[in-house]
Write a protein that binds this ligand. Sequence first.
Ligand SMILES: Nc1ncnc2c1ncn2[C@@H]1O[C@H](COP(=O)(O)OP(=O)(O)OP(=O)(O)O)[C@@H](O)[C@H]1O
Ligand SMILES: [Mg+2]
Length: 472
Amino acid sequence: MKPSATKTKTEVEEQELESSKKKRPHPTLLLIEDDEDLRQQMKWALSSNYELREAVDRASAVEIVQNEPVHFAILDLGLPPHANDAIEGLAALEDMLSVNRDLKIIMATGNTDRRHALKAIELGAYDFLEKPVDLEVLKVVLQRADYILRLERENRSLRKQEDQTDFEAIIGTSTPMQKVFEVVRRVAKSDISVLVIGESGTGKELIARALHHQSDRARGPFIAINCGAIPENLLESELFGHEKGAFTGAHARRKGRIESADKGTLFLDEIGELPTALQVKLLRVLQERCIERVGGRESIEIDSRIVAATNIDLEKAMAQGQFREDLYYRLNTVTIPIPPLKDRGGDIILLAERFLQRIADGAGKKFAGFTKEAKISIERYHWPGNVRELENRIKRAVAMADGNRITPEDVQLDSPTVGYSGYTLKNAREAVERELIQRTLEKTGGNITRAASELGVSRPTLHELITRYSLR
Ligand SMILES: Nc1ncnc2c1ncn2[C@@H]1O[C@H](COP(=O)(O)OP(=O)(O)OP(=O)(O)O)[C@@H](O)[C@H]1O
Ligand SMILES: [Mg+2]
């Protein structure tokens, strides 16, 4: 009977973290030994370097492992009620490991049961020592186990960081983007073909890269090819490679992108632009998982994951006979639609702020962020060029802006007053007046003389307007 794991691994880890914050002085070592004298001896030898726990049988040992973070255990192979064979000891080993896989268990074995000792190692014990246990040897074994435990932990935390950075470059806290991340997480590990669709500049390539980084192919290559950017007559050899002399100018054999993506991910960008003749050839690759180079006869096996992307409506292209239906269904085992930027709510400002920070840093400039108006304009704009357009507008703003904060003009957007509907002429005029004054004051740092001159009014008039709109 196996104990139910009352705590999950991460809970144990968290608990461990908590207790290490409280400066746990020593790692915890559990002594599982029914012989009172032996236990006492080990306690004397080890108590100055370990937080000790004691158990006399399987049940009490498992209970301790379930309820606290134990790092090491010394386990007597012959435990009651079967003190003379290994059944109970091996069962305790398995039970404890099923609760805490990282527990380093050192078996204490009688000198006759080497066979059982090996069995224990097979089941996941860290090491074994023959009885009577030499306490000095035990100390060294424990030190080494401690070292390994630390390495494992470090490794895990590095891997966790890696996992987090998989989406780190992709900003998106809005619900539609979280849904995208969820699908990516779900399908990344499998080899199924994924079609990423979305308007231009929505981040399709970033998602394709995330799929690669989260897959088991992450160590392999990520090879991208933009089917729309390469002249039709070169595209075939670019994709499939060629043999020497395959055509005029083919001076040497060359690998194509498909072949280069072996053991990795092949990203076919703008797949909708792939000429019909090549669509047939690509379909063959997907069906048969092998290619032939241009001018070659050898069939080369291909093991790569295919991610395709497009910003055109492939269903429409199919209806018009421009895209093959059979290829379409091969490519879109899973389709990930990327929402347009205008549908991502709070992400828009979040992205704008991150871009501003990053681009300004790169340019050695410093800004205090966006003006209120700029934020409103950014939020209201419909962003036909999506994230790429936002990035470009901020690049331009960083280069051009002379104020402390980025204004709507800096990002070349209309001030939010424009487009107010349902206003009478009078309150529209007032609203514009108010915003313009406020912005100019912000820009001049409250300098009335400069603001008045910029606004083309006298200082007394500006004072009067400031009072009327309670701008101070
Ligand atoms: N969510 C995001 N967070 C951060 N940067 C993003 C995000 N989405 C896109 N970008 C950035 O915007 C730019 C455009 O992204 P990407 O090239 O992936 O878009 P795309 O959909 O492939 O565009 P196109 O259809 O024009 O090829 C890139 O510089 C990318 O780094
Ligand atoms: Mg792209």
